[in-house]
Design a protein around this ligand. Sequence first.
Ligand code: SF4
Ligand code: SF4
Ligand code: SF4
Length: 316
Amino acid sequence: MSVNRRDFLRIAGAAGVAGATSTVAAGSAPATRVSDDWMGMLTDLTLCVGCRKCEWACKDANQLPGQQPIDAYDDKSVFERRRRTDAINLTVVNRYDPAAPGEQPVYVKTQCMHCFEPACASACLVAAFRKTSEGPVLYNENVCIGCRYCMVACPFEMPAYTYDDPFSPAVRKCTMCFDRITKEGGVPACAATCPVEAITFGKRSELLALARDKIAAEPDKYVNHIYGEHEAGGTCWLYIAGKPFDELGFRTDIAATPYPELTRGFLSAVPLVLTLWPALLMGAYAFTQRRDELARAEAEPGENAATEPQPGDHDE
Ligand code: SF4
Ligand code: SF4
Ligand code: SF4
């Protein structure tokens, strides 16, 4: 794999923190072992009709600010620009217009991919992310120091930050509705709400078999590629599509090597990082602490202490 500037920054971010964790025990990312029992999701992009009900359901389930009546999600003007997930939209749907007359547009729902070996966890100094034994990657804001190296490290650019919250800024991303799926019969809100069953929830190993069966049964309908089977070392969220993924906004330059593993090679090549990174990170931490203190001072009671309600389901 060629490593471009963006990847270099991601790998360097993860590498630096891995170096830091050699001196700060709390930051070591737990080793993971691939499990057939991990839960996952399979999005079939040939079925998605772009109704955005999954966006509504996600916001509803996570009690995120800015919710609107479900009918408001019929607004198709949002497809006029490319959207990314952010702190109040943990999943977004984008439209990819047809390249030739007669073709249909393709709608692509994006969210955290729940990587086998998450670069976000590897990059985190204080182990605020962890790969659960059920498969989802979760974030714990109680230990987060706000350095945002997870945002740099993620190859899918999924973690978002609540920049607008001066009191308790935190990272936000899809949890695979962990609180729901760990209850008997629980299904993630987006999958439960999708009117055309474009999103299937289940064991990742079974979803992979389902994806292979679908492709084998209709080879003219699907491209022979299950996105997430190998990308970044494998992810719990999988996709199948009728067009090549590079035409649908997916990064196809991501190697099958997990990003934390790339980190290890980088570390051996740049040992200086091992010694410098802890100081840089602690400097970043001090900076964010100071910034937050100033924000709190500016918003003392009697001035402007109001804040937006915060999502309640983003944490472990
Ligand atoms: S997609 Fe990004 S945020 Fe999600 S688990 Fe992978 S590295 Fe972490
Ligand atoms: S799994 Fe849950 S948190 Fe993730 S996109 Fe779907 S509804 Fe949102
Ligand atoms: S709810 Fe289903 S069909 Fe509608 S946009 Fe989301 S994934 Fe596509």
